[in-house]
Design a protein around this ligand. Structure first.
Ligand code: P6P
Length: 335
């Protein structure tokens, strides 16, 4: 039996990959791991506690907020505020970013963006949900408080990104730009343990993931590509939780699509804390992530915190094929 390597050990060991690392990023990743364990504990017993049901609130993006969303958001903010390595956060659940005062007058180098509980509408029906996070190096004066410019950075500026999938087991997948690794939570010891080393996405796969219910509302080129996937007898898998759907694609190959529709002309998914972190990970695993207008997701200019984007993400061979359909059938010539 292989020796158990915990997330903490792995992060500290990999710190050597960064000659100038002084431990702040290491500490930050470990704090996120702690927050994930706390959220996991509540997600796993959500059905037993009076934290189900909609909290009769709307979040910054107008979605109904489940109580567990609020809990997860609060825990992540608390852990990061007290980490001493993070000077501010931006969350799907908060209209604006939150600046943290320096702890012990120590200037923090990083800001964190996150969707605390993505796919939360699945909670009441016991379908997997996830946390998505991204870490940027601040651009503002380290002696001052963080500013909006710290968050309005392209995905290419990400220092690290990851997700936690609360599913049949709880898995934390992250990258600091040198490959992708996965850690499964062992509840008996309360540790995330290395379970998937150097994850690589297959060049192609047998899955396509899209909300077929919007088919007639997609542009013609997307409908043609979806028909092509169906003609290839690919299997449609879509559970309405981006982390879960992209996780399947990352591990087994395939493509996930959320194109523009009449309801969401700019796409539904959020660039800052959904598309960019997952695209960073998929690219690090050898995959591709572009908008349905063929721009590389990580290169899209970040204009405001809750900016939406269309996305096609997954196996490189399949994203390239989708790109060909757009070029061939789009009535709008991509800029
Ligand atoms: P639709 C969940 O609300 C979410 O933000 C993503 O996790 C998911 O992929 C998408 O929205 C589902 O949206 O319109 O298909 O229900």
């Amino acid at each position: 039996m292989n020796r158990i390597i915990t997330l903490d050990e792995f992060i500290i060991h990999r710190q050597k990959d960064f000659p100038f690392a002084s431990g702040e990023l290491t500490g930050l990743l470990r704090d996120i791991g702690v927050a994930a364990k706390i959220v996991n504990r509540e997600v796993n017993k959500a059905g037993l506690l009076n934290i189900l049901g909609i909290a009769h609130q709307e979040n910054a993006t107008g979605d109904q907020v489940q109580k567990l969303d609020l809990f997860a958001n609060e825990k992540l903010i608390d852990c990061l505020k007290n980490s001493g390595e993070c000077c501010g956060v931006a969350s799907e659940e908060n209209e604006d970013f939150i600046a943290f005062p320096n702890l012990d007058n120590k200037a923090s180098k990083y800001v964190v963006v996150f969707d605390p509980l993505d796919g939360s509408s699945n909670i009441d029906v016991n379908v997997s949900v996830g946390t998505i996070f991204g870490i940027y190096r601040r651009k503002s004066d380290p002696e001052g408080i963080c500013s909006r410019e710290d968050f309005l950075q392209k995905g290419t500026e990400l220092v690290a990104a990851g997700y936690v999938l609360y599913g049949t087991s709880t898995l934390l997948v992250y990258s600091t730009g040198r490959g992708v690794n996965g850690f499964t939570l062992d509840p008996s010891i309360g540790e995330f343990c290395l379970s998937h080393t150097d994850i690589r996405i297959p060049d192609r796969g047998n899955y396509y993931s899209v909300n077929q219910g919007y088919y007639l509302k997609f542009d013609v080129e997307m409908r043609r590509y979806i028909d092509y996937c169906s003609d290839l007898n690919l299997m449609l898998r879509y559970i309405g939780s981006m982390v879960s759907d992209v996780h399947r694609i990352l591990f087994q190959g395939g493509i996930f699509l959320y194109p523009n529709t009449r309801k969401y002309p700019l796409g539904k998914l959020r660039l800052l804390y959904e598309c960019n972190p997952l695209s960073f990970i998929v690219e690090q695993a050898g995959g591709k992530a572009i908008t349905c207008q063929l721009e590389r997701i990580l290169e899209v200019d970040m204009v405001h915190l809750h900016q939406r984007a269309t996305i096609a993400i997954g196996s490189p061979g399949m994203v390239d094929e989708m790109k060909e359909f757009v070029e061939r059938y789009s009535t709008i010539v991509p800029s």
